[in-house]
Design a protein around this ligand. Sequence first.
Ligand SMILES: N[C@@H](CCC(=O)N[C@@H](CS)C(=O)NCC(=O)O)C(=O)O
Length: 210
Amino acid sequence: MIDLYTWGTPNGRKASIMLEEVGLDYTTHPINIMEDDQFAPDYLKISPNNKIPAIVDSDTGIAMMESGAILMYLAEKTGKLLASDDAARWQTIEWLMWQMGGFGPMLGQAHHFLKFNPDVSEYASNRYGKETQRLYGVLDARLEGRDYIVDDYSIADIATWAWAARFEWQQIDLNDYPNVKRWYVSIATRPAVIAGCKVPSDPGPIPMPA
Ligand SMILES: N[C@@H](CCC(=O)N[C@@H](CS)C(=O)NCC(=O)O)C(=O)O
């Protein structure tokens, strides 16, 4: 049994989509980051960086923060969504790290400077807007001639898709990135993705490109 501590954000959804995909039983504990639940002393024992998501695995006693590590942990635990042969395994980890180091943090800044505070700094809006477009271009090139980021659907797709699902906030028209659009739509219709996006509460339909 897994205890999942989460909120309805891209990083949180990586964990809930993964739990739905691998079919593990889990209990959801909402951590309302708008009300500072992430700073509660009890939560810090599980997630010392004050962020969601986090998990506790009662089978092993392991508590874990950081969505990328959680995806790798659950993949190893279940033998799913992380290839076992060396080349595909390392490519999956490579693209997961690309998401964790670039496609997540930069798009997160785009949310601040394109959606929530578009007038506070022209420099920041330009910087994160352009970097977001560049990263979508990198993803589009990677997906040329491929169904998924590596060979089969994997934790790299889950991690990246969860951020692409906020394309509207990032002022991205997926029609400008046709390979990303095809990949995005195919993942958006997976039952586990639809279920994982309703954790901890249902925000309504997954955004779809025009
Ligand atoms: N690198 C971390 C980032 C986690 C993160 O930034 N979580 C956000 C929600 S998406 C959060 O908890 N924000 C609350 C805050 O910043 O106080 C991960 O991938 O798990």
